[in-house]
Design a protein around this ligand. Structure first.
Ligand SMILES: Cc1cc2nc3c(=O)[nH]c(=O)nc-3n(C[C@H](O)[C@H](O)[C@H](O)COP(=O)(O)O)c2cc1C
Length: 407
């Protein structure tokens, strides 16, 4: 059990007792409330700092605030992940829906790192300073294990089990065993109930709290990180959840700049994940039309939507019912809402693909996954510059605001 929880638990005397025992002396009361709050604050800071130092300990090349790039299926390949880690973040490669060619992919990452080692992360004994993300209802654990055993990436990111989190027990135990516990387990969740369930069932090393603003797939119904992160943070303390070590909380969804990172840290996260922001980097493997749309789009709450229309027209079946994906609104979506049937919509999409897949934007049919933070992205920057500039901005704000959660 985190000793901090114990202390704060003991200190929670009911107000009534305080009043009666000290005859309602307002001055005394003010002093006590102030020092009580200070103790709680310092208790909370202790937890924040120890969870934070766990991240720094697990990934010693990273800088603060802790920033990771999301394992974006078909987009996040070794060049992006390595560039993010090289800049002091943690880059995730997406295995995505399949683990079939994972060994080749990790070979490529290892070569990139061997060509230009990452200070603080470069000995072979430390394994790969990048993570790998799996969409677990679809990817194969059996085919992933040999590659994970060979390369020992610093983390795996598990997302979307077919039924419930018990499905991930073999993932967690076999990956820990195959990598002698070197590879840390990250699990992405989107509700308070799932966060508590995952901690109990899987004892992950890090919990990714994905809010509803996130680009790509996530829970069809959920809260934004503004309420999700603090509620999970509070619930873990309230319930005095017992884990071998504090589990860092990492916020994801709608984070595009240092302001959102600083806000997430103040909400109770120890780090942040950005996905959509890295779509506007040369290291992301996306079509030029897709990237252009990411730069053009604004007002993400209005111009993106959570839907399963794009999966249907692209013949991607198998996502558990609770999930859908957030993408920019385009013609396929508008026409589906106007009543166009799935088959016909798919045919039109396929026809456009045959023409070279150039139809991006509101009048096109190419799917453009992006989060609501898309409107804040105005230029293509190298992944390294994104990490550095977002960290700089967040640090300035955290210092300026005198945040107690400052890193
Ligand atoms: C294009 C794209 C592909 C994604 N693919 C995956 C994936 O394969 N696995 C996964 O766990 N999350 C995936 N996500 C979701 C991210 O993990 C993350 O939660 C999200 O990008 C955070 O929100 P943001 O895009 O607003 O930064 C994807 C997101 C995007 C934008």
């Amino acid at each position: 059990m985190d000793p901090a929880c114990n202390i704060s638990g003991r200190l929670r005397l009911p107000c009534f007792e305080l009043l009666v025992s000290h005859f309602i002396n307002p001055r005394w009361l003010l002093t006590r409330v102030w020092s009580y709050n200070s103790v709680l604050l310092s208790v909370d800071m202790n937890f924040h700092q120890s969870a934070q130092s766990i991240l720094q300990n697990d990934y010693p090349w990273t800088k603060t605030p802790f920033i990771a790039s999301a394992p974006m299926a078909r987009v996040a390949k070794p060049p992006l992940a390595v560039a993010v880690s090289r800049a002091g973040g943690l880059g995730f490669i997406a295995a995505g829906y399949t683990s079939e060619n994972l060994e080749e992919v990790l070979d490529e990452a290892a070569e990139l790192i061997a060509e230009e080692p990452i200070p603080g992360a470069s000995s072979a004994a430390q394994g790969l300073p990048v993570g790998v993300g799996f969409i677990c209802w679809s990817a194969s654990l059996a085919s992933a294990i040999p590659a994970l055993k060979k390369h020992r990436p610093c983390a795996v990111w598990l997302f979307a089990p077919p039924n419930d989190y018990n499905d991930l027990v073999p993932w967690v135990t076999q990956i820990r065993e195959a990598t002698s516990h070197h590879t840390k387990i990250w699990v992405q969740v989107s509700t308070v109930a799932d966060a508590l369930d995952v901690i109990k069932t899987l004892q992950p090393d890090t919990l990714v709290l994905q809010g509803s603003d996130a680009g790509g797939h996530g829970l069809a119904s959920g809260a934004s990180i503004v309420s999700l992160v603090p509620e999970v943070h509070d619930k873990l303390r309230e319930k005095q959840v017992s884990t071998a070590r504090p589990i860092p909380l990492v916020a994801a969804g709608g984070i595009s700049d240092g302001r959102a990172v600083a806000a997430s840290i103040n909400l109770g996260a120890q780090g942040c994940v950005m996905g959509t922001r890295f779509l506007a980097s040369p290291e992301s493997q996306i079509a030029a039309g897709y990237q252009k749309e990411v730069l053009r789009a604004s007002d993400g709450g209005l111009n993106t939507v959570r839907t399963d229309v794009y999966d249907k027209i692209r013949d991607i079946h198998g996502w558990p019912n609770r999930y859908n994906g957030r993408a920019l609104i385009n013609r396929s979506y508008i026409e589906a809402m106007d009543g166009l049937g799935e088959e016909e919509n798919r045919t039109l999409y396929m026809e456009e693909m045959e023409e070279g897949g150039v139809g991006y934007g509101p009048k096109g049919r190419q799917c453009t996954y992006a989060g609501t933070g898309v409107g804040l992205i105005r230029e293509v920057m190298s992944a390294g510059d994104i990490v550095r500039s977002v960290m700089r901005e967040a640090n300035q704000l955290l210092v300026k605001g005198g945040s107690k959660a400052r890193l």
